[in-house]
Structure formats: C-alpha cells, structure tokens
Ligand binder design. Structure first.
Ligand SMILES: NC(=O)c1ccc[n+]([C@@H]2O[C@H](COP(=O)([O-])OP(=O)(O)OC[C@H]3O[C@@H](n4cnc5c(N)ncnc54)[C@H](OP(=O)(O)O)[C@@H]3O)[C@@H](O)[C@H]2O)c1
Length: 327
C-alpha cells in the first residue's frame, strides 16, 4: 500500500448524494480519454495519487473508457490496488458500444451484468461502489433495466446504482419503478453540464432533487475549453485537441465560443481565480449538485481545480454578469 497525505480529508468538501447517506467529494476525477488513453501510465498514477492526497475519493470509469475500450479500467485497476479500497468510491458504467453483436451495448440485463463482470475483472475489484446505466435505452423496458441493476446490488457486485444521461422523464420513470417494486433505487444522475451546455437546468436537475437523487456534472470544463489553454491562437500540442483525433475532442475545435471564454477568463481573474476554477464553482452554485467530475492530464491541473473550492461563493452581480456573457 502506498503512503498518502494524512491530512487529505481536511480541506475537501464532501456532499451527501441527494437524500442518501453516502458522500461524494465536491470534485471527483474521471478517466474517460485520459488514463489508459492519451496519458501515459506513470502520469495516470501520479494523477490518481495526487487526487487522493487532495481528498478526492471518487474515481469514475466506464467499460468503454481508454484506448482500446476497457484500458482505463485495466490501467487504473493496477493503480487502485495500491490505494485503501474502503476509502475509495469507484464507479463504472455500461450502455455504449463495447463489443460487437446484439449483446454489446444498450441496457439489456444480459449486457449490463456481463459488462459489470468484465469491469470488475479489469479493475481487479470484488465490487464497485456505483454501477451506472450509461444512457437510456429506447427498446429495453424499464423493469428489465431496473431488475438488472437490482441484481448487481443483490449479488454484491455494486453497492449503489445510478443513471447517466437520463433526462427528467427518464429519471422519474426509473426512480418510480424502483420505489414501486422495492428494487435498488438510483442514487445519482451523471449528466453533461458546463457553462456552454445547460440543458439539465430545464427540468433534469429538479427531477433528480424530487427523487432524492444526487447529480454529478461531467465535462465541467467542456473538455478544456473552459480553461485558458485554447485562448492562444495556436492549439497547444500537449492538449486534448492537439493530441486526440477522437470525435469528441474535435468538438473543441469549434472556436465560436472563444470570445465568451475570454470574457469569462477576465471575470475569473477579477475574482482572483482561474477560468477552470470559476467554471467548477459556478456549477456547484446549484443546490442540486453533489459533485463536479473533472478530467486531468497532469497532477497540477487537479491541484488547480480542487483549489477552486476555496473561492466558491458568488455575488449576485457576478452571476448576472456570467448570465450576460453566456446568453
Ligand atoms: N456519463 C457520460 O456519458 C460521460 C461522458 C464524458 C465524460 N464523462 C466523465 O466525466 C469525466 C470528465 O470528462 P472530461 O475529461 O471531458 O472533463 P473536463 O474536466 O471538462 O475536461 C478535462 C480536460 O480539461 C483540461 N483541464 C483540466 N483541468 C485543467 C486546468 N486546470 N488547466 C488547464 N486544462 C485543464 C485537461 O485537458 P488536456 O488533457 O488537454 O490537458 C483535461 O483532460 C470523464 O473522465 C468521465 O468520467 C462521462
């Protein structure tokens, strides 16, 4: 077991996940494109260790993260082995395409449960703390999905279950089913939410609160756009856009919001923080939010992002100015 900072729990903020007893750090760390992907294994380890030293206890995966699919779990599984398992909240997901044929995606019981077994093997874990339905499935009935998630819990392979990319109606329907049939209730919704993507404010956040669920925001920095790295006219070679040919990374190539980014950057500086920090605490202004799920290609980014929590309140005029910039 590696040695970690003994004061790691002193400065992080931990928030209860909706009505549930389990707490998440206000900043969590995910592995999507980075660990087991374009970040080398040694740097991945330094990131996870530094995150934990800073009080980040929640690490997020999915079956398909990394290059090739599954590599994020394989690489980080080896790292997590050196960390105190009971102090970690590990999540994974199934829902997007993982293997060919009719059983390799969406939310059938067959796919969800076989994918969870594969994830546990790659992560070298007996259980994950949280297992997600990664996206709603228009063809699999709610009872099949919720029974499969319940089976994951009852078999001891997951402690909690969650939903991801579910809108207000999807969230309410799955939660209501679990309540009616006394199956494992989803405790959280993992949603895309950042300054340029605010769809969840149109009902999803409210639905989660009504269902007693927490909310965790993914891509809070719009994959790096909400930092100062793309303000220069030249894309940095050591950035996600510079390194990755992934279609998601290519979304960063849209320079249309850059003028807004410049204004937000100026506002952040006036507040004495960086743009990344502003983007993080702006999400946490909403009472429904449990955590902000960042990605990071180096430990220094995690240090900067976690330090956002030291300046997390907004004057009404600042919030109005942000609205004006974003509108
Ligand atoms: N449920 C879903 O469908 C879903 C979908 C996508 C993501 N997610 C989850 O959300 C997590 C985060 O997604 P994301 O990586 O797109 O999040 P993000 O936080 O929006 O972007 C992360 C990237 O921003 C840059 N960055 C972070 N902090 C920085 C700083 N202080 N200064 C400069 N640049 C900084 C880094 O880019 P460089 O790498 O260029 O340095 C980093 O890789 C994923 O790992 C995954 O767990 C879930």
């Amino acid at each position: 077991m590696a040695a970690f900072n003994e004061s790691r729990y002193e400065s992080m903020v931990y928030k209860r996940c909706g009505r549930w007893g389990v707490k998440l750090p206000a900043v969590s760390l995910g592995a999507w494109q980075t660990y087991g992907g374009y970040v080398d294994d040694a740097t991945s380890k330094r990131c996870l260790f530094r995150a934990f030293d800073l009080g980040i206890t929640h690490f997020d995966f999915a079956n398909n993260y990394g290059e090739p699919n599954g590599n994020a779990e394989a690489v980080c599984g080896r790292i997590i082995k050196e960390m105190p398992r009971n102090e970690l909240l590990i999540s994974t997901k199934a829902g997007f395409l993982m293997w060919p044929g009719p059983y390799g995606e969406w939310l059938s019981r067959k796919y969800l449960l076989s994918s969870l077994d594969d994830s546990l093997r790659r992560l070298q874990l007996d259980y994950v703390d949280l297992f997600y339905a990664h996206r709603p499935d228009p063809d699999t009935p709610t009872d099949e999905v919720m029974d499969a998630l319940d089976q994951a819990v009852r078999s001891g392979k997951a402690l909690y279950v969650g939903l991801s990319n579910h809108d207000a109606d999807d969230t309410r329907a799955k939660h209501a089913h679990a309540v009616a049939y006394h199956t494992a209730r989803p405790i959280i919704n993992q949603v895309r939410y950042h300054m340029f993507e605010r769809q969840v404010e149109q009902g999803t956040l409210q639905a989660c609160a009504e269902c007693g669920m927490g909310v965790i925001a993914y891509c809070p920095l719009a994959q790096g756009l909400l930092t100062d790295k793309y303000l220069a006219s030249q894309t940095p070679a050591d950035s996600r856009l510079g390194r990755s040919t992934d279609i998601c990374a290519k979304r960063l190539a849209d320079r249309e919001p850059i003028e807004k980014v410049r204004k937000l950057d100026a506002l952040a500086r006036r507040r004495g923080q960086t743009l990344a920090q502003l983007a993080i605490v702006w999400l946490l202004r909403r009472p429904e939010m449990t955590s902000v799920l960042i990605g990071a290609s180096r430990p220094e980014q995690i240090e900067e992002d976690v330090a956002a929590l030291t300046n997390a309140t907004f004057a009404a005029e600042e919030l109005a100015e942000i609205e004006a910039i974003l509108s």
